[in-house]
Design a protein around this ligand. Structure first.
Ligand code: PMH
Length: 377
């Protein structure tokens, strides 16, 4: 389901497509050789909007689009995206015919899947697949040597399947400690040799997520799968300062004061009366709540920006509203920034992620479809 781009709501997420393009271009510059960029737009573009993000990334030099689900690939095709799309999750083999017809590449890592997919393809049609190797992530992919040989033998008898790509995924590329990363990389090199005893060339070999692409560009073969960094966010706090250029964050979240009142000391605010004003205070009501993905945990040490100053969230977060304590009076309609900057103050996605004891990826993803996305080109 695509995000709304127009709405009567006074709560919205702003998406800087120009920043997404900057991040793609700067990433490409880090590579000596011509690198193919697969723009990762699964989960509706990590919460930014898949169609708009994909279009922006393609215009900035990405050539491939990566999604998790076959449904996500179909949504992009229906929206007119013509670039090659790879589905990284497991697709039902019975969907192979539609995939072939719509030029959607599928990931394969089970020999039974190959045979079933082949049986659903009409004579004369070809489905491009990317073979997934599990080198230590423990999620999807072929693991054992014998399993790989078996798979490759089976692939030889599937004349309607064309192996276009070969890939793996790293579990720890965003950690300072590189041992496990290097172990996985070495394993990938070994397994590539094994695969190549059956098929000697692939158009695309890929393993680099954002962290690997920006920290180890010479270990990325000829394609990278760029996700979080494209959106201008660091995959982890510990490697935040290791990127070769400053990322530009595309996502910000805003609302407007819906009511403001001066309350006397001892006034209860919100469900459960968990906040009681200390003195005379300015309390404002902001129309965003947990149904928008602004979860109740934000009440713990949560702050927002009003006129360039921090204002704490007070009381419990409701389904559709949250209350804040203003440093000084501000009228109804005043802009409130929940994620992003106002003047010299900034609430980063990383700050919000730490508040919720989670990672940057979750923050834009958790802002629900009730919040419209406004695009800035
Ligand atoms: N490739 C695969 C197979 C992925 O699952 C992901 C992200 C990426 C590339 C892009 O990674 P990046 O966003 O770090 O650049 N997958 C996930 C995930 O499953 N949970 O968080 C991110």
């Amino acid at each position: 389901m695509a995000y709304k781009t127009a709405s009567t709501r006074e709560t919205w997420a702003e998406i800087r497509l120009d920043y997404i393009q900057y991040n793609v271009r700067e990433t490409k510059k880090q590579f000596d050789q011509d690198i193919h960029v697969m723009a990762m737009v699964k989960a509706d573009g990590y919460g930014h909007g898949a169609v708009e993000t994909a279009k922006a990334a393609l215009a900035a030099g990405a050539e491939f689009i990566g999604v998790a689900l076959f449904d996500e690939a179909l949504e992009l095709r229906d929206a007119g995206i013509a670039a090659p799309i790879l589905v990284l999750g497991r697709t039902r083999p019975e969907d192979a015919a539609i995939a072939a017809k719509r030029h959607i590449r599928l990931t394969a890592f089970q020999k039974e899947w190959l045979l079933e997919a082949e049986s659903h393809l009409e004579v004369g049609t070809t489905l491009s697949i990317h073979i997934k190797l599990d080198t230590g992530m423990g999620r999807f992919g072929l693991v054992e040597d014998a399993e790989i040989h078996d798979f490759m033998q089976t692939l030889k008898i599937c004349s309607r399947l064309k192996a276009e790509g070969l890939y793996t995924h790293f579990a720890t590329a965003d950690e300072k400690e590189a041992d496990y990363f290097q172990q996985q990389y070495a394993c990938f090199l070994e397994r590539i040799q094994l695969v190549k005893t059956h098929i000697d060339t692939f158009d695309f070999i890929h393993c680099g997520n954002s962290a690997a692409s920006l920290r180890y560009p010479d270990q990325c073969f000829n394609m990278i799968r760029l996700g979080i960094a494209m959106y201008g966010l660091s995959p982890s706090k510990e490697v935040e300062d290791e990127f070769p250029f400053p990322l530009k964050t595309a996502f910000s979240l805003h609302s407007r004061i819906a009511q403001v009142k001066k309350v006397p000391a001892g006034t209860n605010i919100g469900y459960g009366c968990t906040y009681v004003s200390d003195t005379e205070e300015w309390i404002a009501t902001i129309p965003i709540g947990y149904a928008d993905g602004w979860y109740r945990w934000h009440a713990k040490n949560g702050e927002v920006l009003v006129n360039g100053r921090r204002a704490p969230i007070v009381g419990r977060i409701c389904m559709d509203q949250v209350m804040i304590r203003l440093p000084v009076h501000a009228p109804v309609g005043t802009k409130v920034t929940l994620v992003g900057s106002q003047g010299d103050e900034v609430i980063t996605v990383m700050e919000v992620a730490e508040r919720l004891q989670t990672i940057t990826y979750e923050i834009p993803c958790m802002i629900s479809h009730r919040v419209p996305r406004l695009y800035i080109k």
